[in-house]
Design a protein around this ligand. Sequence first.
Ligand SMILES: *Cc1c(COP(=O)(O)O)cnc(C)c1O
Length: 486
Amino acid sequence: MKLHFKPLTVFDVSRTGVSGAGIFDPDFKSDEVPDWLEESDRRSQPVGLPELSEVDVVRHFTNLSYSSHGVDNGPYPLGSCTMKYNPKRNDALAQLEGFSCTHPLQPPDTLQGLWDLMLELQGHLAELTGMDYVSLQGAAGAHGEFNGLLIIRKYFEEKGQDRRMILIPDSAHGTNPASAAMAGFECEIIPTTRDGLMDLDSMERHLNKNVAALMLTNPSTLGLFEENIQEIAAKLHANGSLLYYDGANLNALMGIVRPGDMGFDVIHVNTHKTLSTPHGGGGPGAGPVGVKKLLEPYLPLPVIRAIDGQAQPDYNRPRSIGKIKSFYGHVEVLIRAYCYILTNGAAGLRTATENAVLNANYMQHRLGELLPALFKQRCMHECLVSGGDLNVNAADFVKRLIDFGVHPPTLVGAGCVHFDVKYGTAMLIEPTETESRASLDFMVEQFLTVAREAAVAPYMIETAPHTTSVAKVIKDEAAYLTLLKA
Ligand SMILES: *Cc1c(COP(=O)(O)O)cnc(C)c1O
């Protein structure tokens, strides 16, 4: 029995002699070789390209595009990752010839428009985050973290302080400790209290003259606002340490509060998440870094500045951490962020945030009957619900959602997010502001359907997904087949 639609490769559907294009030059002879072509340069074997008619090509690639789940064909509530709908207008604008046909090595005076745009974007990001200066160089969130940490390292080196330790809450994204290690630091993990906030007492116990910074995500990846943020900032600064903001969850705050005002010294923004670029599967992204004035000299090269009234890249920065990316960073992602900001305006950005938070609370409330929230307070832009009382493993539960047209939410405790085992069976759901009320209701229904199924037919969940081109490795395939036939 063939259970899964297996996408064929373009070579599988090739048929010898079929062609998509006809050449109607009556004088053309395909086996005629021009005299000037050397014998040694002539092909001795057929090139081995697939042979398809035009309609076969269209069908092949259209069918392939359906074989994975994306934001454009269904809801994608993958907590922390912010898989929201990305307006196609921004793609079209980034593809304008003046941008897409630009080469970073073309004469500098032909790049003025791009530099103007970048300088303006730096300004918007600084205003949005409450930071003094912004660099657009970072290639993604994790790369922004790495840049920020190199800046912190250089700052303490210049001060002659040997601080080697970065404090990181156990709810942080896995990239935080990874970036800290790559930037040459050691990490100390701070536990989370029962109410989901960072354990302040534990943080204080670990504060000493070896601590360079605390990396904090606010709201955290438990979907909660770190209420003690001002106290946390004061304690770190009193210790001479800095505060790093992981801006992946900026879409919960944008237009309402600013990390700069909370006391953060260095931040990164995942423009592909909050400011919308199609991303996933590893890219593309951009991770601009914002700093307070005291860290400005260390920003990576180049920084776009107004020199003699004109936006220009400034390479004359002797205290910089240096180059961390070729040319100007991921420019076409940055253009999308620029368009997103201008299209929404200040009021629109704030509304996006408000709707993101509203939607997450709506789902938290409606799912509560079968999938209770882990924390009782209101959530921010994502909610954490327990799968602990289900008859099945949460890892299997979320895969079954795929059969019902919903992308799995983030599993906490599962590889990609560093979580304490006490949250091992929880699901982090981020509906995002671009889902309508109808779409939220649809998602809720699918979650509840699978939760009810867990009670009566757990095997259907344990063996899911059943409708995808790639299946789960199943231990007892014979039992599975029998069950499906029944
Ligand atoms: C996505 C994410 C990151 C990493 O960002 P990338 O752009 O994927 O490198 C870091 N922290 C948090 C909380 C995230 O959600």
